[in-house]
Structure formats: structure tokens, C-alpha cells
Design a protein around this ligand. Structure first.
Ligand SMILES: CCCCCCCC/C=C\CCCCCCC/C=C/C(=O)SCCNC(=O)CCNC(=O)[C@H](O)C(C)(C)COP(=O)(O)OP(=O)(O)OC[C@H]1O[C@@H](n2cnc3c(N)ncnc32)[C@H](O)[C@@H]1OP(=O)(O)O
Ligand SMILES: Cc1cc2nc3c(=O)[nH]c(=O)nc-3n(C[C@H](O)[C@H](O)[C@H](O)COP(=O)(O)OP(=O)(O)OC[C@H]3O[C@@H](n4cnc5c(N)ncnc54)[C@H](O)[C@@H]3O)c2cc1C
Length: 634
């Protein structure tokens, strides 16, 4: 007799009469039907392996045991690569980020940096000979690498890195040294115990001259014993400069000194997708839970309502739900730009490099900061149960908020974007993604609150805030301030302009994708509602920017507020169907609050029972500490 599959009755009701084809949205997010099939095959292949399951919840293991357990599973995953139904690169991509990989490696993947930064650094910056020597070894896991750039004293200011690589023309060797405590490489993932090689960023000195930061391949540990090589702590010998600029003892300048930063650009691009995956998980958990959880009284005398029926809860959860689509579509556009720019760069055409740098900084900063804020809102929307470790919100939040710092601290990246915007606006040059900055904003300044009218408002704000920042810079210049002081004193305006640019890109990506996309009418309807909700939400959140840069009136704002709450009510009935369309398995969500069947309370109870403290009625510490206290009559 087949076991009746439990489904929470409220969730069951939410799923009845779905007006759109969920699979159509799943295929859209996966990149097509074939990709969905491939993903599901890969998920089954990985998640059916009993050896990849945790005997006990990771939170109850010691630090060392957590590391050992994650390393065991990470190595097992690598053994499974060869037989993966999805091929090497799609499997690696799935295993490295917040999706399938996080279902197995809940504390993080000790081998992630090897694939996310070490190999990309070799591919992006190694010479053909160097790639021939190292890439096969890296792909075959005959070496494990990391990317060692950040030091105790410097992470942001790369020109301030202290690690030195001095070229000795006699031996034709580079001597790497960390001259001070603050020069110690600090933060690189896997550097502590896992990697035996590293791409080390160091200041290149040759003939007594500093030629700036360059990447060097350095062996850290013996390949057999894994012991650190002699002198590894403060003196490294025998490194090799990657993408050698030393030809017969003479330094040959690269076509662009920033090409050595290419690996960071790659990671900024993939991080946008990764934080969006984490946000999808958080929204799914909070939405399903909010339709299972019944609390308080909406209509006097009635049954306690689903908390999702409170407009306040819809206001918490539907903007992040919309954001998952907005960020995914923007990240897809950025990924395409990355590939185009990279192919051009390989042919020596660097024209798109500034656009790629500007946009990757903008989207990485925007997606990571917005996603972190939205994940925290999702956590809070689940009340006390959202605070539990087993809810998975703490881990999801930790992963997303880390992205606000690594790969370029967000404030610093916003200022990079502003530098690019001011330059483009002033020089009226180039600017693939900033065409709106070239030439004057045309058309009437009147406001219409249609979708197109709102997009025009975003464009006005993006242009206007750059002009406000430039006016501040010019004002400081007229007062005789040096450019670096003027820049520092305009930072608030510069960051606002950068953020408005990033939001415009996301909004236009969302609107254009709906125009171009081959969507069924029901899917187009629900995605258009989400798009309109999201762009109005952001406008209401940042209304000051729009008042400053357009003829937006109080009446317009009141109208947009009404439209916003109407859209909350319109989308509410489809919230569960939309998160079901993400097709995130329970193992990937890893949360009793978000499981597909909605059996929340039983799963919470079962999770609590796993705690070591719940294996006995009285913990031994009672007799050691509490009982003496109770008897001490203080
Ligand atoms: C098989 C493959 C599998 C792949 C798996 C994919 C799936 C994985 C999914 C998710 C994984 C997520 C896990 C990620 C783990 C990451 C771990 C973290 C790693 C790190 O953090 S590494 C260290 C990162 N550090 C930084 O980012 C440092 C930030 N600082 C800087 O970038 C720079 O110092 C600066 C930009 C802040 C300033 O540099 P500088 O002072 O030298 O430059 P300026 O004077 O400001 O500008 C000069 C000039 O240069 C241009 N510029 C600057 N940077 C760049 C760049 N990167 N590219 C191009 N151009 C650049 C700048 O625009 C100026 O130009 P103009 O003079 O204005 O023309
Ligand atoms: C989880 C995690 C993983 C990491 N993995 C790696 C890795 O694998 N390899 C690696 O090399 N590094 C890694 N890092 C380090 C990371 O790249 C740095 O922490 C990051 O670049 C920020 O630099 P910082 O720590 O020096 O911060 P700082 O730059 O010192 O930031 C401190 C404050 O100073 C402000 N500030 C700094 N410069 C400016 C400026 N010009 N204008 C205005 N404000 C400024 C910042 O906005 C911030 O508020 C990792 C970090 C984390 C958190």
C-alpha cells in the first residue's frame, strides 16, 4: 500500500488552480527545458549518494571535525565528477555555489577556491606554456590551489599590497617575501590547510623598480607530505610569474595593468548569480512557511489566518520574490557581457573592459547588498523559528553578507562605478551600458506612471545623480580643493549615482527580458506583475532620488503607492506557485520551515531532537556546576 504523501492542507490549497505553467518558469530560470532535465539528473545523481549525507547535523561538530567532514564529502564529490550525467563544467558550477553544492557542503566547499579563482586565474592570465604545464595538473586535482591576494594590512588597496616579488636576473628567479606582519596573506580560502599551491599577488620589483601587483604561482606545501615548504611562513622561494612580463630580464608592460585583476572581475560576475540563488532559497523558505503558519486574528472571531494574508507580510516577502527574477535576468545580461568582453580581450580589443569593470562592480555591490537585506527580512518574517540554526537562514545570510565584502568591499566598488560614470558623462565617450549618459535626456519632463514611464524616471535619476555628483566635484574644484579631496568630499553623491545606475540596469534588464522573452500569456502576466511591483517598490524606497531628478509629484507618489498595494494583493495568491517554480529540492533548502510538504512542526521537533543536549534528561554539567551552586546558599 503506497504511503500517503503528507501535504499541509493550506499549501495544498495554495497550489490548486495555478493559472500558469510552473515548469515554463523553471525552464526560463534554468536556461531551457534541456537544462532543467540536466539539472534534475545531476541532483538525483548527487543527492541519492548516502555517503554524502551528514550523520549528525554539522552545527554539533567541532571546528576540526566540520573541516574534516566537509573535506571528505568535497573529495567524494570530485570522484563523482567523472561519472556525472551533466558533464564536468555544469557539474562544477552546480557544486561550487549556493545551489546543489550547499545541499552537501553546508559549511562551505574546501575546494571552491581551486575552481572559482585558482583555475580562472591560470586560464585568464597564464601564458600558453604555463597553461600547458599547470591546467591539466589543476583539472586532474594533482594540485590544489587558492588565490592569495589579501593581506592582514590590505585587502582593498591592491597598490598597497606589501608582499614583494624581486626578480634576480642572475638566477632568473623571483624572491617572494612578506616583509612585515601586515604583509601576511590573510583570508584566502583553503590557504590554511587544504591548498598546496597558490596564485599569489605581489608587487613585482625588477632592476630596483616596482612594476605593480602581478600574479605568481607559488608552491606552498610538499605534494607528498603536505608539509609547508621550508621558509613558507615569511619567505617563499621559486615562485613563477604568471603571464610572464619578464622577457630576458627586461620587464615588458602589459597592454593594461588592470588585466591582472581579471580573476576578480570573473568572480564578481558569478557572485551575482550565486547571491540570487541564495535569495531564492530564503524566499522559498519564508513564503511556504508564511502559508503554513497561522497566527493572531485578522477578522474578529475567525480562525487564525495564514500570516501571508497580512499585507505587512506580503510587503516583506513579495519584493524579494520579485527581486529573484530581476537579479537573475540582470546577472544573465552581465554574464553575456563578460563573455563578449573576454573574447574581445583575448583578441587584444580592450574597449569593453571599462564597461565590464563598471557593470560587474555595480551589479556585485547591488545584488549582494540587496540580497543580504532581503534574506534578513525573510528571516524576520518567520518569527522565532526563523532564528533557529536549522531554519538555514543564519547560514544563508552568512553566505550572502560575505559577498558584500569579498571580491571587493561594496563601498569601494560603488566608488569605482562612480569613477566610470563621471568619466563617461564628462567625456561623452564609450559606455556600452551607460549610453543614457551620452547626450542630453530628451523628451518631456512630465511623469507618467506606466511601466515605460517609470523606466524613464529611473533613467532621469541615473543621469541626474551623476550630474549632481559632478556639480559637487566642480564646486569643490572651484574652491581650490585638490581632485582627491574633492572626490572624497563628494563620496555620498557619487555612491548614490552609482547605485542609481545599477538599479537602472536591473530595471531595464527585467523590462527588456519580458518584452523579448517568448512567454505564454499567463507567465507573462505574473512576471509583468512582479516586474511592476519591483520597480515601484524600489522607486518608493528611493523616492528622494526621483524627486531630486524629475518632475515627480506627491500625487504621482500616492498613485504609485496605491498601485503597489494593489499588486501585492494581485500576486499574493500565486506566491507559493511562484516559489514552487524555482524547483528547489528540500535538500537544497535544508530547512524544516521551507519543505515542500509544509510539515513544519513535526520537522522542527525532529531537528531539535537531534541535539546532543537532547540525548539525556540531565546533562553531566548539572552535577559539576549547577548542583553545587544550588547547594551553596549564596
Ligand atoms: C570550472 C569553473 C567553475 C566556476 C564556478 C562558478 C560558480 C561559483 C559560484 C559562486 C562562488 C562564490 C564564491 C566566491 C568566493 C570568493 C572568495 C573571495 C575572494 C576574494 O575576496 S579575492 C580578493 C578580492 N579583492 C578585491 O576585490 C580588491 C578590491 N580592490 C580593487 O579592486 C582595487 O584596488 C580598486 C579597484 C578598489 C582600486 O584599484 P586602483 O586604486 O589600482 O585603481 P584606481 O586608481 O581606482 O583606478 C585605476 C583605473 O583602473 C581601473 N580599474 C580598477 N580595477 C579594475 C578592474 N578590476 N578591471 C578593469 N579596470 C579596473 C579603474 O576603472 C581606473 O580606470 P580609469 O583610470 O578611470 O580609466
Ligand atoms: C568570506 C571571505 C572570503 C574571502 N576570501 C578571500 C580569498 O580567497 N582571497 C583573498 O585574497 N581575499 C579574500 N577575502 C578578503 C577580501 O577580499 C577583503 O576582505 C575585501 O577585499 C575587503 O578588503 P579589506 O578587508 O581590506 O577591507 P577594508 O578595505 O579595510 O574595509 C574597511 C572599511 O574601509 C573602507 N574603505 C576602504 N577603502 C576605501 C576607499 N578607497 N574609499 C572609501 N572607503 C574605503 C571600506 O568601505 C570599509 O568600510 C575574503 C573575505 C571574506 C569576508
Amino acid at each position: 500500500m503506497s504511503k500517503e504523501i503528507y501535504e499541509n492542507p493550506d499549501l495544498k490549497k495554495e497550489r490548486q488552480n495555478c493559472p500558469f505553467n510552473k515548469e515554463e518558469i523553471t525552464h526560463l530560470l534554468d536556461g531551457g527545458k534541456e537544462k532543467t532535465i540536466e539539472r534534475k539528473q545531476l541532483e538525483n545523481y548527487i543527492l541519492s549518494d548516502e555517503q554524502l549525507k551528514d550523520a549528525v547535523p554539522m552545527e554539533y561538530l567541532s571546528h576540526a571535525d566540520k573541516y574534516a567532514e566537509e573535506l571528505r564529502k568535497a573529495c567524494l564529490l570530485m570522484h563523482k565528477l567523472a561519472d556525472s550525467p551533466a558533464g564536468q563544467v555544469p557539474t562544477l558550477r552546480a557544486l561550487m555555489g549556493a545551489g546543489l553544492g550547499s545541499a552537501v557542503l553546508k559549511e562551505g566547499n574546501p575546494l571552491a577556491l581551486h575552481y572559482v579563482m585558482f583555475i580562472p586565474a591560470l586560464m585568464g592570465q597564464g601564458t600558453i606554456d604555463q597553461q600547458a604545464k599547470w591546467l591539466e595538473k589543476a583539472y586532474n586535482l594533482n594540485m590544489i590551489g587558492t588565490y592569495a591576494q589579501t593581506e592582514l594590512g590590505h585587502g582593498t588597496f591592491l597598490r598597497g599590497l606589501e608582499t614583494r616579488a624581486t626578480y634576480d636576473p642572475k638566477t632568473q628567479e623571483f624572491i617572494l617575501e612578506s616583509p612585515s606582519l601586515t604583509a601576511y596573506k590573510w583570508w584566502p580560502g583553503s590557504l590554511g590547510k587544504t591548498a598546496n599551491y597558490a596564485v599569489v599577488m605581489a608587487q613585482l620589483y625588477t632592476k630596483g623598480k616596482c612594476e605593480g601587483t602581478h600574479p605568481f604561482m607559488v608552491q606552498l606545501r610538499d605534494e607528498e607530505t603536505h608539509e609547508p615548504l621550508p621558509g613558507i611562513v615569511n619567505m617563499w622561494l621559486n615562485p613563477v610569474c604568471i603571464s610572464s612580463y619578464i622577457h630576458y630580464g627586461t620587464y615588458v608592460k602589459p597592454t593594461n595593468s588592470k588585466l591582472s585583476y581579471a580573476t576578480m572581475v570573473f568572480v564578481r560576475v558569478v557572485v551575482c548569480q550565486d547571491v540570487t540563488t541564495n535569495l531564492r532559497k530564503a524566499v522559498t523558505i519564508a513564503t511556504r512557511y508564511s502559508c503554513v503558519r497561522r497566527q493572531s486574528e485578522l477578522k474578529p472571531g475567525d480562525r487564525e489566518p495564514q500570516v501571508m494574508d497580512y499585507q505587512a507580510q506580503q510587503n516583506k516577502l513579495l519584493p524579494p520574490l520579485a527581486a529573484t527574477f530581476a537579479f537573475q535576468l540582470a546577472a544573465d545580461h552581465l554574464w553575456n557581457l563578460y563573455h563578449t568582453a573576454n573574447n574581445n580581450i583575448e583578441q587584444g580589443d580592450l574597449e569593453l573592459l571599462p564597461d565590464l569593470h563598471g557593470l560587474s562592480c555595480a551589479l556585485k555591490a547591488l545584488c549582494s547588498s540587496e540580497a543580504a537585506n532581503f534574506v534578513e527580512v525573510c528571516r524576520q518574517s518567520c518569527g522565532g523559528h526563523g532564528y533557529m540554526s536549522c531554519s538555514n537562514f543564519p547560514r544563508i545570510y552568512g553566505q550572502v553578507t560575505a559577498a558584500e565584502t569579498y571580491e571587493g568591499e561594496n563601498t569601494v566598488l560603488w566608488l569605482q562605478v562612480a569613477r566610470y560614470l563621471v568619466k563617461t558623462r564628462k567625456e561623452q565617450s564609450g559606455g556600452l551600458s551607460v549610453k543614457y549618459l551620452i547626450g542630453e535626456e530628451k523628451g518631456p519632463k512630465t511623469v507618467d506612471t506606466t511601466l515605460e514611464g517609470i523606466v524613464k524616471l529611473y533613467r532621469r535619476a541615473a543621469v541626474g545623480l551623476v550630474d549632481v555628483a559632478i556639480a559637487e566635484l566642480d564646486k569643490s574644484g572651484r574652491k581650490g580643493e585638490a581632485p582627491h579631496d574633492a572626490w572624497n568630499h563628494a563620496a555620498v553623491y557619487l555612491i548614490k549615482a552609482a547605485q542609481a545606475h545599477a538599479r537602472l540596469f536591473v530595471v531595464e534588464s527585467f523590462v527588456d527580458s519580458l518584452k523579448e522573452g517568448k512567454l505564454s500569456a499567463p507567465v507573462r502576466t505574473v512576471l509583468s506583475q512582479l516586474c511592476e511591483l519591483f520597480i515601484i517598490y524600489w522607486l518608493l524606497e528611493r523616492s528622494g532620488d526621483f524627486f531630486l531628478c524629475s518632475n515627480l509629484t506627491k500625487q504621482d507618489l500616492l498613485l504609485l503607492n496605491s498601485k503597489y498595494v494593489e499588486l501585492l494583493a494581485a500576486i499574493r495568491p500565486q506566491a507559493v506557485n511562484l516559489v514552487d517554480s524555482f524547483d528547489l529540492r528540500d535538500e537544497v533548502l535544508n530547512s524544516p520551515l521551507g519543505c515542500w510538504d509544509g510539515n513544519v512542526y513535526q520537522r522542527l521537533f525532529d531537528e531539535a531532537a537531534k541535539s546532543p543536549l537532547n540525548q539525556s534528561n540531565v546533562h553531566e554539567s548539572f552535577h559539576k556546576y549547577l548542583k553545587p551552586l544550588l547547594k551553596s546558599n549564596l
